[in-house]
Ligand binder design. Structure first.
Ligand SMILES: [Mg+2]
Length: 179
């Protein structure tokens, strides 16, 4: 079933709601981070203080992080540098090479890697294909590439269905569900 490949492992409204301690408790050692509309609003020059704090907390708790972005502008590197995390740019998500490269950089494998992103057809699909634990967040802004906006129309139809299924399974969604 196609929906299975598009269904995230978890959902959080924003990245700051993902608890690094919960990730660790779930056996995660490294987190792949999408850039646009996940850690910065589309085309924004820098992350918010909340996101900066969250990334600092993530790495302080012993987790590795790596940004993987389809974007290729100097801004991608500038944001990564500011956050002090490595980056794989021009990633062509959902193809797996950039995710694999990110895991090499972090020294992790799919079984101990999570991914946080705002798009089903790039982030969630790509992560699921590799067996990475995918966490879907709401996009930080409604502005994005024209091509992305086209994909969003299709995504909206699917998104509601996969999130309803996820809610039915795990109740109010954040990371991780109570065990
Ligand atoms: Mg994104």
């Amino acid at each position: 079933m196609v929906l299975r490949w598009l269904a995230p492992y978890r959902y959080a409204r924003r990245i700051e709601e993902v608890d690094p301690r919960a990730l660790r408790a779930d056996g995660i050692r490294g987190v792949i981070l999408d850039l646009d509309n996940t850690i910065v609003a589309w085309n924004a020059p820098e992350p918010t203080p909340e996101v900066e704090r969250w990334v600092a907390e993530l790495t302080a708790s012993g987790l590795r992080a790596c940004i993987v972005s389809n974007n290729f502008t100097g801004r991608v590197r500038a944001v990564a540098q500011r956050l002090g995390v490595p980056v794989v740019a021009a990633a062509v998500k959902p193809t797996p090479w950039a995710f694999r490269k990110a895991m090499r950089v972090m020294g992790t494998s799919p079984s101990d890697t999570a991914l946080v992103g705002d798009q089903l057809f790039t982030d969630v699909l790509g992560g699921n294909l590799l067996g990475v634990r995918t966490i879907l967040v709401e996009p930080l802004s409604t502005r994005e590439f024209p091509t992305t906006m086209l994909i969003r129309r299709i995504e909206r139809l699917v998104r509601r269905r996969v999130l309803n299924r996820l809610r039915a399974r795990q109740g109010p969604t954040s990371y991780p569900s109570p065990r």
